[in-house]
Design a protein around this ligand. Structure first.
Ligand code: NDP
Length: 461
């Protein structure tokens, strides 16, 4: 951690992300007394300061409500600089607006094609010394572009000052995976190839692209959630114990986990598209973009050799749920006939909508016969997120804490995993019916390990 940033610059302040996530996060931080520095919005909409305040108010009304006192303070902290990001004069005005601020945090909530342009503009106007930069996802489109972007950013910023957002890392239940694994001793003896048969991660959404077809056409499921969110979850599940709880110790251990994931081959991947996607606004009538992806990962490490990690992510699936399913091997001898055919022991980590940790086991039914039933020991937190991810991430970036941000090596290694199967030329695209669990071809991936575990719809804890 370093010194607190003394100004927050919001590139893309008029955009969708600012409206949906950033203004609510700012209000929450101000309410907690964790943000009191000037907030400088930069965009090219020709707005006045009053228009910026109006927009912030509308955002808050739509996302959780306006806190009068916090909003009044936020309004005082706002500044607005108008100008095109390609125009050097914009950055001269920004430098003026920053006044004596010596350690600004520049948040780039802008189209990725402009990351490099803005970084250069900031450098040429003296806005980079002492500064930090937050870069929104997607961080590159493939390994080559991610490397290029890293090289560009490193021309102007030190790695310690670059914050690559993967808002998934800011989620309470995702942090809980790390905590649960290493705050307990009972897991470690079984957390390896000797006891674990397979791990499955499902991120199911029961809705489609919700009017964001144009954005989705540039992404697809592999780029949108597999390369970043879900591989990050894999790294938390697969990592070795870190040498300490400090940022670099944890990121070193995660980096090592990424290193052992074998790059995907076409035979390990099934891509699907829900019927009707091509009729969505902004989607090409012959689009080959996947709205579903299922992959089988292999990890080359002493701990995980031979244990398949499956990831499945899709839109228009039967439920909205993100769940990790860890299946243990069966006992070496089947002493009780009924237990031999019952489901194996498993851990279940529900990451959303609620946070659930559970261990499924067999327990004897009362009575003379040695027969049992499946029981599940469950811990459930109704309130998944005490603090919204964007609030937590902005707070951390302002104080220079990189724990919840992706490091250069992790981002590049994650791209290295998916790079061989990106695009429509590498694997066929299967069609699936909306409301189904995706194309039947995906079942082949898990056929040898008993099929997919289907997360249930949840009504609450
Ligand atoms: P938008 O298209 O809604 O907003 C883009 C912003 O950039 C606007 O404020 C726009 O200003 C500004 N801008 C674009 N070009 C210029 C330019 N040449 N000069 C000055 N300003 C410019 O994008 P989003 O908010 O949706 O996304 C921003 C980033 O966040 C992207 O990297 C995206 O991938 C990422 N992201 C977005 C999510 C979302 O839910 N929206 C979710 C996760 C990540 P103006 O309006 O004045 O033109």
């Amino acid at each position: 951690m370093g010194e607190q940033s003394d100004a927050l610059v919001l590139f893309g302040v008029t955009g969708d992300l600012a409206f949906k996530q950033v203004f609510p996060a700012l209000q929450a931080l101000i309410r907690r007394g964790q943000l009191s520095v000037p907030i400088v919005g930069v965009a090219r909409s020709g707005w006045t300061l009053e228009q910026l305040r109006d927009r912030a108010r509308q955002s808050l009304e739509a996302h959780g409500g306006v806190d009068a006192a916090a909003f009044a303070r936020m309004s005082e902290l706002f500044r607005y600089v108008d100008g095109d990001y390609r125009d050097p004069a914009t950055y001269v005005r920004l430098r003026e607006a920053l006044g004596t601020a010596a350690r600004p945090l520049h948040y780039l909530a802008i189209p990725p094609s402009l990351f490099a342009v803005v970084a250069e503009g900031l450098a040429s106007s003296g806005c980079t010394p002492g500064a930090r930069v937050v870069v929104e996802k997607p961080f590159g489109r493939d390994l080559a572009s991610a490397r290029e972007l890293n090289t560009t950013l490193h021309r102007f910023f030190r790695e310690a000052d670059i914050f690559r957002i993967d808002h998934y890392l800011g989620k309470e239940p995702v942090q809980n995976l790390l905590y649960y694994r290493f705050a307990n001793s009972f897991l470690e003896p079984v957390w390896n190839r000797n006891y674990i048969r397979q791990i499955q991660i499902t991120m199911a959404e029961s809705f489609g692209v919700r009017g964001r077809g144009k954005f989705y056409e540039e992404a697809g499921a592999i780029r949108d959630v597999v390369q970043n969110h879900l591989l990050q979850v894999v790294s938390l599940l697969a990592m070795e114990p870190p040498s300490g709880s400090d940022t670099e110790a944890v990121r070193d251990a995660k980096g090592q986990a990424f290193r052992v994931i074998r790059p995907l081959q076409p035979a390990d991947v099934v891509r699907g598209q829900f019927a009707g996607y091509r009729n969505e606004p902004g989607v090409a009538p012959d689009s080959e973009v996947e709205t579903f992806a299922a992959v089988r990962l292999q990890l080359d490490s002493w701990r995980w050799a031979g244990v398949p990690f499956f990831i499945r992510a899709g839109k228009c699936l039967p439920v909205t749920a993100t769940e990790v399913f860890v299946e243990l091997k069966r006992p070496p001898q089947a002493l009780f006939a009924d237990a031999a055919t019952s489901p194996a022991n498993c851990f279940r980590f529900r990451l959303s909508p609620h946070v659930v940790l559970s261990l499924a086991a067999r327990a004897k039914l009362p009575g003379e016969a040695m027969v049992g039933e499946d029981v599940e020991l469950v811990s459930c937190h109704e309130r998944a997120d005490e603090m919204a991810p964007y609030e937590r991430l902005l707070r951390d970036a302002m104080r220079g804490d990189q724990m919840l941000f992706a490091r250069e090596d992790a981002v590049e290694r994650a791209w290295r995993v998916v790079d061989p199967v990106l695009g429509s030329g590498t694997t066929p695209l299967e069609t699936y019916a909306a409301g189904s669990w995706g194309p039947t071809e995906a079942d082949c991936l898990t056929a040898a390990t008993g099929g997919w575990h289907q997360p249930a719809e949840e009504s609450g804890c």
